[in-house]
Design a binder for this molecule. Structure first.
Ligand code: GLA
Length: 740
């Protein structure tokens, strides 16, 4: 009977083995409720009596035959909060007495600024659900897009705003989506930082009022990352309900968390409305970024495992060779000479380092900044992408050939969106940078930002990158971006349209990346922005990895990596082993500690390896070989943060389990032993309880008499015990478990 009520149903099969889930999207024409199911999540909203789209449910998956009641508007709360503002709307226009955060705000040329969106129609298709809304009187249409992932339940939401009228309108605020949760106690988790200090996990009770995290910098930013989690009640790392979300946008963004007047929670995110103004001419459309949302009842750990799986299977790009794979290939172990040589690169020096790197078992050799133009210091050269003839008189080919003959592939650093005023490019095209004519041009790192929104600039940038990749056998680009915007003018456009730069610039960055990948289908790219300044689900559709931080101190990295993995998969988390004492903190650590810290992500070597003695070389060679054997489990497995390194913790530990639970890898770290305390027994997670697992050491020892083989139940219930001598300052150990 019930099926007769369903307008249409779409069922998608899961594409990834470990989640035997399906997705379905349906509309119940009797109740006018839309329901999306995927993974362990159900999301529902409906058309209420007034014709508005109203949020109904976001949480654990409901029974297939459960009938979700129709949306009923909330009552007004005295005369001060009318029903339009108390009702949790799916995508509210600013108008009609709305006092909470609007999703959309528009100014019409006659001065009217009232926008009230009502349901018009919908379509359910192969790619998901589209719901069309229209203003109650004017021809402004908004199409809300919904795509739910069958495996993880992660829901991708975005909006297209369309002007079907004859006159231009100005969009002053446009969210990708608004999400609502019912009244309860919530803790908000979010990530903040600064250069060399990214990925600080903040957790605070969501109290009345609005909490805003944002970037006004024209780019994602080090200072806040567009990810959040909301924990209900006492939910923690391992238990309880968690709602999470991430914005796929690499420009200025904002997320607002409102604990509203009736204690409900509304999360609105998209383009940052600060300095925003997008003119839609007759017939034009503005597509917002995508706001992804998900749900777990296994705490923050469960939330991040879902997000990692989603990123691996649905976001990250594939090269030609891996196009049909369920997950990208693991990252090559790289060597990068930046910390060893900085800009003092030349053919002989790079070849000497490449020979050393190859002997360690490195897969990819990357030459960093300094190889082009008149780039000897940060004061010159950006923009002039010819090979520096003094440093490489024979061009790049002899170096690249040598790297290949050593069995490695070759990668190169570029910073395509920037220019030094001291460059031929700037001397020839001073108008190509973001600027307000007649005003000073603020330099940062003595560089200016090219206005990539301009077609001529876009063509130049694509052109030089395409040429570089066509003329040289380059497998990898480290794509850097070393400042944020200032004076964001775009004086080619009429004054009231210039703010379109916030959208057009980022779309062109994505466009260039996507075109380059199409034309050079084997190229791999890293997103770097002075470390982790451009990491988000927007850029991750076009890049294979990111540089999380210029801070490579192995102890700092433990907490940075802990924060990072709340939002992003270890697959993309590049981690280099560099020199000790560390340049930033002057901390001295052993080579094996540095190796193990970096082996929790995608491993790289960034030290001055020309100075390493035979012992150091042997240690690193042995650990790279051990890493190669278990890398897929570490970077693509399910991650359990067993002991957090945060809050002054003496210890920390992580564990990953691969998809079929046949292998697990455990890392344990001691910051500084106090009062003789031994390392806690590590009760493992996620193993097959009845499987027999043999444990072996990658580095370090277990307590004498520990079993060498035991059931998953043993390792999870009894746990693994470290050698009592595992104590001291900056100690590390790692083990692998293999099911027999
Ligand atoms: C940025 C990057 C570094 C390095 C330098 C080169 O700071 O984050 O890794 O590439 O630029 O100038």
């Amino acid at each position: 009977m019930r099926n007769a009520l369903l307008g249409s149903i779409l069922t998608l099969a899961a594409g990834f083995t470990s989640f035997a889930q399906t997705a379905s999207v349906n509309f119940d024409s009797a109740t006018r409720v839309f329901r999306l199911d995927g993974g362990n999540m159900t999301y529902a909203f409906g058309v209420n009596q007034r014709g508005e789209l109203q949020a109904i449910y976001w949480g654990g998956r409901l029974g297939a035959t459960d009938v979700i009641p129709q949306a009923v508007p909330m009552m007004e709360w005295a005369s001060f909060d009318d029903s339009y503002t108390t009702t949790p709307q799916e995508y509210a226009g600013w108008g009609a007495g709305l006092f909470v955060e609007p999703a959309l705000k528009i100014t019409f040329p006659d001065g009217n600024r009232d926008l009230v969106l009502h349901y018009e129609s919908h379509t359910i298709g192969a790619s998901g659900l589209d719901v069309v809304m229209k203003d109650i009187e004017r021809p402004v249409f908004v199409t809300l897009h919904y795509v739910i992932d069958p495996d993880t339940g992660v829901l991708a939401r975005s909006a297209a705003i369309e002007n079907r009228g004859k006159e231009s309108v100005t969009v002053e605020q446009a969210a990708a989506a608004a999400w609502s949760l019912p009244p309860a106690q919530y803790t908000l988790s979010y990530l903040t930082g600064r250069w060399a200090g990214e990925w600080t996990l903040n957790q605070e009770k969501l109290d009345a009022g609005a909490r805003v995290i944002e970037s006004r910098r024209g780019t994602t930013g080090h200072q806040a990352n567009p990810w959040f989690a909301l924990q209900a009640g006492d939910a923690d790392e391992n238990h309880g309900e968690v709602w999470f979300g991430a914005l796929g946008w690499s420009g200025s963004w904002r997320m607002t968390f409102e604990h509203d007047q009736l204690d409900g929670v509304r999360i609105t995110g998209g383009f940052n409305p600060f300095d925003f103004g997008y003119v839609l001419h007759a017939g034009e459309k503005l597509e917002t970024p995508i706001f992804y949302g998900g749900y777990s009842r296994q705490g923050l750990g469960g939330a991040s495992r879902l997000l990692h799986r989603f990123e691996l299977t649905k976001i990250l790009p594939r090269t030609a060779a891996t196009a049909s794979w369920p997950a990208p290939k693991v990252r090559p172990v790289i060597y990068n000479s930046w910390e060893a040589t900085e800009m003092n690169v030349n053919e002989a020096g790079q070849i000497a380092l490449a020979e050393k790197a190859a002997a360690l078992g490195v897969d990819r050799f990357v030459m960093d900044d300094g190889w082009f133009g008149q780039r000897n210091t940060e004061h010159a050269g950006l923009g002039d992408w010819y090979v520096n003839p003094e440093k490489f008189p024979r061009g790049l080919k002899p170096l690249i050939d040598k790297v290949h003959s050593l069995g490695m592939d070759f990668g190169l650093w570029v910073e395509p969106e920037m220019v030094n005023p001291n460059s031929d490019l700037y001397r020839n095209h001073p108008d190509w940078v973001l600027n307000f004519p007649g005003r000073p041009r603020t330099e940062q790192r003595t560089q200016l930002v090219l206005n990539l929104a301009r077609q001529d600039v876009r063509d130049y940038v694509f052109g030089f990158l395409d040429k570089l990749l066509t003329e040289n056998d380059i497998s990898f680009l480290k794509w850097d971006y070393n400042r944020n915007w200032s004076e964001p003018g775009w004086d080619q456009l009429p004054p009231n349209e210039q703010k379109a730069v916030y959208v057009a610039f980022i779309r062109n960055v994505y466009g260039i990346l996507s075109e380059l990948r199409q034309k050079h289908p084997n190229i791999e790219i890293e997103s770097c922005s002075g470390g982790g300044g451009r990491v988000d689900l927007g850029i991750l559709r076009y890049v294979d990895e990111v540089w999380p931080s210029d801070n490579t101190d192995p102890f700092d990295r433990l907490s940075q990596q802990d924060g990072f993995t709340h939002a992003y998969t270890p697959q993309i988390m590049m981690a280099w082993v560099t020199d000790s004492p560390h340049w930033l903190n002057h901390r001295t650590t052993s080579l094996s500690y540095r190796m193990l810290s970096s082996m929790q992500g995608s491993l790289g070597i960034g030290a001055d390896i020309s100075k390493w003695n035979d012992d150091q070389t042997a240690t690193v060679k042995r650990l790279i070989a051990a890493y190669h054997q278990v890398q897929k489990t570490i970077v693509q497995g399910d991650l359990y943060r067993l002991i957090s390194p945060l809050n002054g913790s003496e210890f920390s530990a992580t564990q990953t389990v691969n998809q079929d639970r046949s292998q697990s890898v455990v890392f344990a770290f001691i910051h500084s032993t106090q009062e003789g305390r031994g390392f806690p027994i590590l009760k493992l997670k996620g193993l097959d309880p009845s499987g027999q697992y043999a444990i072996s050491s990658i580095e370090g020892k277990l307590r004498a008499g520990s079993p060498t083989t035991a059931s998953g139940a043993w390792w999870m219930n009894h746990g693994m015990e470290m050698d009592p001598d595992f104590r001291g300052d900056f100690q590390a150990a790692a083990f692998r478990l293999d099911r027999k």
